[in-house]
Design a protein around this ligand. Structure first.
Ligand SMILES: C[S@@+](CC[C@H](N)C(=O)[O-])C[C@H]1O[C@@H](n2cnc3c(N)ncnc32)[C@H](O)[C@@H]1O
Length: 277
């Protein structure tokens, strides 16, 4: 037994870990490897403290008796929400330099994008800024749907308030145009302008459950989400993405994700960008 284990505040066994990871995987599709044992301990310990519970056995009983309310908190505690503004910037350049001109050339006057697994919204607002800046120049309308399984990150995304530190690398003109700098008690924060927020819809959506939309999207961003899913879950999800895209729409994945061996409905055009065939 390691020192870290001896010093634990709560007794956390392999049986607890297996129980929690099974619950989480069945619901979210995220496959939890053995090396996530410590991460589960530290994230769920916070929840035990918030609830003033004395043991993981008590937490299991609590989870079972308060299934409706606690399950959301349980999932929120276990998701990994790492993100940033204009992360993997080539994807936004692709949107600006290829997708938008291509659609405008075809006389399409409304562009619709889905940010699937949007976390706290930095990806979504990066898409929105790219669209809004092009729309100012070329005069078209746009909308973004932003979804996540985690209700806590969605609340943050909806508010659109970020520490100045998070936006420090954005060009000054962009910050001035799309953010309001907080004053007084909001000092140190920047809020996304209403002009951007009004074209974005935030909704909770679990990607491993069914989804269907009235109108197809031109682009789906689903970056750094499917990396944790098993193969069958990916195959099914990508099949659904294909039917939610316009006939030659694009699916954009994260830097370490690929459709190789997963789908023949897309062709890779490089940089983890896929075009629907
Ligand atoms: C690492 S973040 C990626 C955020 C953003 N796409 C980016 O690349 O910057 C992964 C997000 O996927 C969400 N997620 C995980 N499983 C999901 C599922 N089954 N359905 C919807 N969202 C999920 C998590 O809650 C988390 O916010």
């Amino acid at each position: 037994m390691t020192m870290a284990r001896l010093e634990r505040d709560f007794h956390f066994t392999r049986k607890h870990f297996d129980y929690f990871r099974r619950l989480s995987q069945d619901y979210s599709g995220i496959v939890v490897a053995d090396n996530k044992y410590e991460m589960f301990y530290s994230r769920l310990t916070k929840r035990l403290r918030q609830l003033s519970l004395n043991s993981f056995d008590d937490y299991v009983s609590y989870l079972e008796s308060h299934r409706e309310e606690e399950f959301t908190e349980f999932i929120n505690a276990l998701t990994t929400n790492l993100t940033s503004f204009f992360r993997e910037s080539h994807h936004f350049q692709f949107l600006q330099n290829q997708v938008i001109p291509q659609l405008l050339q075809r006389n399409q006057r409304r562009i619709s994008i889905w940010s699937a697994g949007c976390s706290v919204g930095e990806e979504t607002y990066s898409i929105a800024i790219t669209l809004a800046e092009a729309a100012q120049q070329h005069g078209f309308s746009w909308e973004v749907l932003a979804t996540d399984i985690d209700t806590a990150v969605l609340d943050q995304a909806r508010q659109g308030v970020y520490l100045l530190e998070r936006v420090k690398n954005l060009p000054i003109a962009q910050k001035k145009r799309w953010f309001l700098k907080g004053k007084g008690k909001n000092e140190g924060y920047a809020k996304i302008s209403r002009e951007l927020r009004k074209n974005i819809r935030f909704e909770q959506l679990n990607l491993i459950q069914g989804f269907r939309f009235d109108k197809p999207f031109d682009v789906i961003f689903c970056r750094n989400v499917v990396i944790y899913f098993d193969r069958d879950t990916k195959v099914e999800l990508v099949r659904r993405f294909a039917s939610s895209l316009s006939s030659d729409g694009y699916l954009i994945l994260g830097h370490s994700e690929s459709l190789h061996g997963i789908s023949d409905q897309f062709r890779s055009i490089g940089n983890t960008i896929y075009e629907r065939i």
